[in-house]
Design a protein around this ligand. Structure first.
Ligand code: GDP
Ligand code: MG
Length: 598
């Protein structure tokens, strides 16, 4: 396809504003799928994704559109993941396009992710076409929303397109705008050595790893020997194709084009989003800019509730890993929870998604331990150590310095919630860096320890701003802090799954809170249970769950003596079992609930 007949674009929107519905309409109108093939929301293929309304993995669809000027254009729609945990994937995906449709629900107006996403598109120098969707709703206020787009985002919204994706209104206008208002791909040279950007990869049970690419220079075709410049690996291409949205083979992909290739790659971990692919025999000298290593930021332990499920859990995690290189795991043994895995995630949402997929798709009951960040330590003998699990913390006398990761956080919010948000950041050891106002909204920048964010910062931010604040962050490095390991002892036994590193100044408060929570969360038993928080050997907080004196025989009316005796024996046996293991049954929810901070 000639370069000037190509348009690569993405759709940016807040959740539920109609991105998937609009994408479906575009596919339908351009004839990518027949009505019969048209399934609701083609682009969101995973269950959880549909329910949560987020797109986890980027996908692309090629549309052939004959415009009013009589010419046929190739439109590549790149679907982007919509959450901060996947922000690097969003940025790589947007980097592969020249323009975006900004979809705003005409009844809701500009919202948190509208901003976060559109700023990413602006950063990539995208041409942006505003689309006001859901104009069929009686509550739609297109004029007010246009004004918002102009005031808050600073985009000209005078020729925003009015659509109802649901009722098929305005879809042609959107297609025309893509052709006339968005630019074709930037200059690329067919004769230069191949340079392609790796946008995404996923595991397909039939094809193996399918890699989605955007060609910058040169051509990619079948049988070609290619080289991944960062991964330093070589493959031979088996198949080159496009998604229409069904995968269709093509002879080659040229400059500006987006498509996929298959090359006997075993797992997604062998590909890295942002890597540059070149020709093995005719190599490009420099890779494309902007590559970033994606490293897990949050770790937690996952254990099967039923120890017999361990092998199933391992098999399930291997399957997920095939398709998600950013999810890592290794075996872990915990005194309280038995055999399980220490897992690494990009962020909290990523953690939740994996956990949910394990329990839903693989039918596994899991206990997750407290999420933790990666700490760096310098030991007194000069060696360096990385700590992924607070339970593995070495003896303090051997440590000379502990460093924790810090982030630069950017928060956009309507003025009304600013006070509460500043307070939240302050409470989490934040350092304010910037505060500015744009059209009734505030933008605040804070430096914060990631440790204070991983658990429930995002949830808290959403709840105090009624869902209106948006949040984004980047890691800025590790800083030395006065951190200590706090242990929780239940019935005098340390529960390693609940131990955590905390800032010394915050230890008492956190310890007291944990003990109070656990007191409510652990059911009373036949004996008294002390709950303590301790640093080293020193107890800093304590609660006691009083014993439950339940007369189990009271339910047996009258005098069946045998039955009565049997019950008493049962009760005794139960008591012994508890003591024998020297531990108390802690309900699964307690692990998560105890760690919430508010
Ligand atoms: P996404 O999260 O941005 O992908 O949003 P969806 O496409 O999943 O749409 C969210 C909800 O809005 C769904 O229930 C859609 O049926 C509905 N929706 C999408 N477009 C329209 C529209 O134009 N009018 C109305 N009334 N509802 C719409
Ligand atoms: Mg969607």
């Amino acid at each position: 396809t000639p370069r000037d007949k190509i348009r690569n674009f993405s759709i940016v929107a807040h959740i539920d504003h109609g991105k998937s519905t609009l994408a479906d309409r575009l596919i339908q109108v351009t004839g990518g799928l027949t009505d019969r093939e048209m399934r609701e929301q083609v682009l969101d293929s995973m269950d959880i994704e549909q329910e949560r309304g987020i797109t986890i993995k980027a996908q692309t669809v090629r549309l052939n559109y004959t415009a009013k000027d009589g010419e046929t254009y190739v439109l590549n729609l790149m679907d982007t993941p919509g959450h901060v945990d996947f922000s690097y994937e969003v940025s790589r995906c947007l980097a592969a396009c020249e323009g975006s449709l900004l979809v705003v629900d005409a009844s809701q107006g500009v919202e948190a992710q509208t901003l976060a996403n559109v700023y990413q598109a602006i950063e990539q120098d995208h041409e942006i076409v505003p689309v006001l969707n859901k104009i069929d709703l009686p509550a739609a206020e297109p004029d007010r929303v246009k004004e918002q787009i102009e005031d808050i985002i600073g985009l000209d919204a005078s020729d925003a397109i009015m659509t109802s994706a649901k009722n098929n209104i305005g879809i042609e206008d959107v297609l025309e705008a893509i052709v006339t208002r968005l630019p074709p791909p930037h200059e690329g040279d067919r004769d230069k050595p191949l340079k392609a950007s790796l946008i995404d990869a996923y595991y397909d049970p039939y094809l193996g790893v399918v890699v989605i690419v955007r060609i910058v220079d040169g051509v990619m075709k079948k049988k070609q020997k290619i080289r991944m410049m960062r991964a330093k690996s070589t493959y031979e291409i088996d198949k080159v194709g496009i998604f229409g949205p069904k995968p269709t083979d093509v002879d080659e992909l040229g400059p500006g084009e987006v498509g996929f290739f298959v090359a006997s790659i075993k797992e997604v971990a062998d590909t890295a989003v942002g890597d540059t692919i070149t020709d093995e025999k005719n190599q490009a000298t420099t890779p494309l800019p902007g590559y970033k290593e994606v490293v897990p930021m949050v770790f937690c332990g996952l254990f099967p509730v039923d120890a017999g499920d361990f092998d199933d859990l391992r098999a399930a995690m291997s399957k997920l890993r095939l398709n998600d290189a950013s999810f890592t795991w290794e075996m872990e043994t915990s005194a309280a929870l038995g055999m399980g895995f220490r897992c690494g995630f990009l962020g909290l949402l990523h953690l939740e998604i994996i956990q949910e997929r394990l329990s839903r798709e693989f039918d596994l009951d899991l206990i997750a331990t407290a999420p933790s960040v990666v700490y760096e330590m310098t030991m007194t003998d000069g060696t360096e150590l990385e700590l992924h699990n607070p339970a593995d913390m070495p003896d303090v006398v051997r440590i000379s310095e502990i460093r924790e990761p810090w982030i630069n956080a950017t928060i956009y919010t309507p003025d009304d919630y600013l006070g509460a948000i500043l307070q939240l950041c302050q409470d989490r050891r934040g350092i304010q860096k910037e505060l500015s106002y744009v059209g009734g909204r505030a933008m605040v920048k804070y430096e914060l320890p990631l440790n204070e964010i991983v658990f429930d910062f995002y949830d808290r931010l959403k709840s105090i701003s009624k869902g209106y604040a948006s949040f984004d962050y980047e890691i800025i490095g590790h800083r030395a802090e006065n951190l200590v390991k706090m242990q929780i002892l239940v019935n005098d036994e340390p529960v390693d799954a609940l131990s955590m590193l905390v800032h010394r100044d915050r230890a008492e408060g956190r310890g007291r809170q944990m003990c109070e929570r656990l007191k409510d969360l652990i059911p009373r038993q036949m004996f008294k249970i002390p709950i303590q928080a301790a640093i080293g050997g020193r107890v800093i907080a304590r609660e006691t769950i009083s014993a439950l004196r339940k007369d189990v025989t009271s339910k047996c009316y009258g005098g069946d003596a045998t039955r009565k005796r049997k019950l008493l024996e049962k009760q005794k046996a139960g008591k012994q079992r508890m003591r024998q293991f020297g531990k108390v049954e802690i309900p699964q929810e307690a692990f998560v609930a105890a760690l919430r901070m508010d």
